[in-house]
Write a protein that binds this ligand. Structure first.
Ligand SMILES: Cc1cc2nc3c(=O)[nH]c(=O)nc-3n(C[C@H](O)[C@H](O)[C@H](O)COP(=O)(O)OP(=O)(O)OC[C@H]3O[C@@H](n4cnc5c(N)ncnc54)[C@H](O)[C@@H]3O)c2cc1C
Length: 512
């Protein structure tokens, strides 16, 4: 088949490129598929789909073998030999099962796969193209909706094209850019989720946003993550006045799980109105710091912070979108011929809290599933699309300041009102404000020349609305969602499903 591969910027730019830790797989003799399943389900706090978790864990060994066959060079126990792959352990995993390529696993995977893609004659690349909306059709006036293509903005000439397709696969990544602080690259503006939602897809469990506890706080460091291993090596978390606080939240102190540390930092920042807290490793020996954390040391120096001498300012940052477009075990959405893979999707693997290094595994597992599913239908006829090309000429250019200002306002609002610790009052206030922004932005989108920034801003406001609706509908605290007004966890775990065609009635909240 002919494949058109569309990406907003350069092909490599996305979260995958920045994945450091690795990819989980059951490879060691002491480990077992059952244990990987148990660890994942434990982390997911009652919302994982067992069938999916089992299928992914069972396939993990094959996935690593497939990646090795594509030329990915994972770190071995003895470099240069044919020795076994080196496995590390991460939070939540009972056994060492993280396969990695030093601390640049994403780069290694992407470089091998991009190299292969570029050599495939049936794959055409469309970089610097932004998908705006999906095109759907109801087949022969019947109820079944199918996806037949997408409107796409070519950033180089600012023209909107129609891309017709028998099958559309969304692999557009997460929505973490909706928060002021994020570890993600700029591409993670939730475009795929927002497009699918507008087209009528079910969007599930978007209240579960994972926050990494420590991202560098510096006006020039957009999204630089400070690894959790820094705390493992003695790094202390301090308030700007030098006092420690983690002991108040968990007996494990700075070594408590990721979500507890993120919640504690957020709580201290809210109590004292702080912009950041401090992470200090300067008490350790200089040579040790430079050798153990060469990348962090170098990067911080670029921003004028010498971590061998001083503490670094850090904030928690939105890191992973656990919810997304609802898919089945073949990565099918509820719109025919539309598939979703990776962070854009909700497959049921992660539940209410993603276990580290399961996400890259999920991406490859569902890519294989889509391929097999499409093969079954590949002889279907191409649907015609009326040439109702959206016109991008003759309109006014919107003022950049309006777009930039709204971006910042939405992301700040989400950070302060819909962040790590939530309350009913803040969620309701956020809902009211977001509905005003949404109206304004839709008007702006319909009247003005469409730019990449405007497309992303429109998507961000939809994502914000979906997260707020999902959070309001969950009247309990579970996994990554913590609401002060509902601190306990219900006995029965249920998914939150949002769909544009059904009344997503947050009035339910007022009824209590
Ligand atoms: C700093 C960091 C470290 C991480 N470490 C790990 C780890 O060690 N192990 C692990 O398993 N996971 C890790 N994760 C999570 C993991 O990297 C991601 O979940 C995963 O890479 C997502 O892959 P994806 O293909 O779904 O999306 P991405 O890799 O983000 O790719 C999305 C692509 O879609 C394109 N796109 C988006 N919108 C549009 C549009 N409208 N039109 C056209 N193109 C569009 C983008 O340009 C991009 O090419 C980490 C994440 C981050 C940010």
């Amino acid at each position: 088949m002919n494949v058109g591969l569309i990406s907003k910027t350069e092909l490599h730019e996305g979260s995958t490129y920045y994945a450091q830790g690795g990819i989980s797989a059951v490879l060691s003799k002491t480990d077992s598929i059952d244990q990987h399943v148990e660890d994942t389900m434990e982390s997911g706090a009652g919302l994982c789909k067992e069938k999916v978790v089992k299928a992914v864990a069972k396939d993990s060994k094959n996935i690593i073998e497939w990646l090795l066959n594509q030329g990915v060079e994972f770190t071995k126990n003895n470099p240069g030999s044919n020795n076994k792959l080196h496995l590390t352990k991460e939070g939540g995993h009972t056994y060492p099962r993280i396969v990695h390529a030093a601390d640049k696993t994403g780069v290694a995977i992407q470089e091998s796969l991009i190299d292969k893609i570029k050599r495939q004659p049936n794959i055409e690349l469309f970089t610097h193209h932004v998908a705006i909306d999906l095109i759907t059709k109801n087949k022969n006036n019947c109820y079944e909706k199918r996806c037949v293509g997408s409107y796409v903005l070519n950033k180089k000439n600012n023209l909107i094209n129609i891309f017709k397709a028998k099958f559309v696969i969304l692999a557009t990544g997460g929505a973490n850019k909706v928060y002021l602080y994020t570890s993600n690259p700029d591409t993670s503006s939730g475009d795929g989720i927002a497009m699918a939602y507008r087209a009528g897809c079910d969007v599930t469990n978007m209240e579960f946003m994972q926050f990494h506890p420590t991202c560098l706080y510096h006006h020039k460091a957009k999204s630089f993550l400070i690894s959790e291993s820094l705390r493992g090596e003695g790094g202390k978390l301090l308030l700007p006045n030098g006092s420690s606080f983690m002991h108040k939240y968990d007996s494990r102190g700075v070594l408590a799980p990721r979500d507890i540390v993120a919640r504690a930092i957020d709580s201290e920042m809210k109590i004292y109105g702080l912009d950041y807290v401090l992470l200090d490793i300067s008490h350790r020996n200089n040579t040790f710091i430079e050798k153990r954390f060469p990348n962090i040391y170098k990067k911080c120096l670029e921003f004028g912070i010498d971590i061998t001498k001083t503490a670094m300012p850090v904030v928690p940052a939105a890191h992973y979108t656990c919810g997304g477009i609802n898919i089945d075990i073949n990565a099918r959405t509820n719109i025919k011929n539309l598939y979703a893979i990776g962070e854009v999707a909700h497959s049921g693997l992660h539940g209410a809290n993603r276990m580290a290094s399961n996400s890259l595994l999920e991406c490859i597992f569902f890519s294989k599933k889509v391929l097999n599913d499409i093969k079954k239908f590949k002889d279907e006829k191409h649907e015609d699309i009326l040439n109702d090309l959206k016109n991008n000429t003759g309109k006014k250019i919107s003022e950049e300041v309006i777009i930039k200002h709204s971006w910042k306002e939405i992301r700040t609002l989400m950070w302060n009102y819909v962040g790590i610790v939530r309350t009913n009052e803040r969620l309701i206030k956020a809902k009211t404000r977001i509905s005003i922004y949404k109206k304004e932005i839709e008007e702006c989108f319909n009247k003005n020349i469409i730019s990449s920034d405007l497309i992303e801003l429109r998507n961000l406001v939809y994502i914000a609305e979906i997260i707020i609706m999902s959070a309001l509908n969950r009247k309990e605290s579970r996994g990554l969602h913590y609401n002060v007004n509902y601190p306990s966890t219900k006995d029965t775990a249920k998914d939150t499903v949002i769909n544009i065609n059904t009344k997503n009635d947050t009035k339910l909240y007022q009824e209590k």
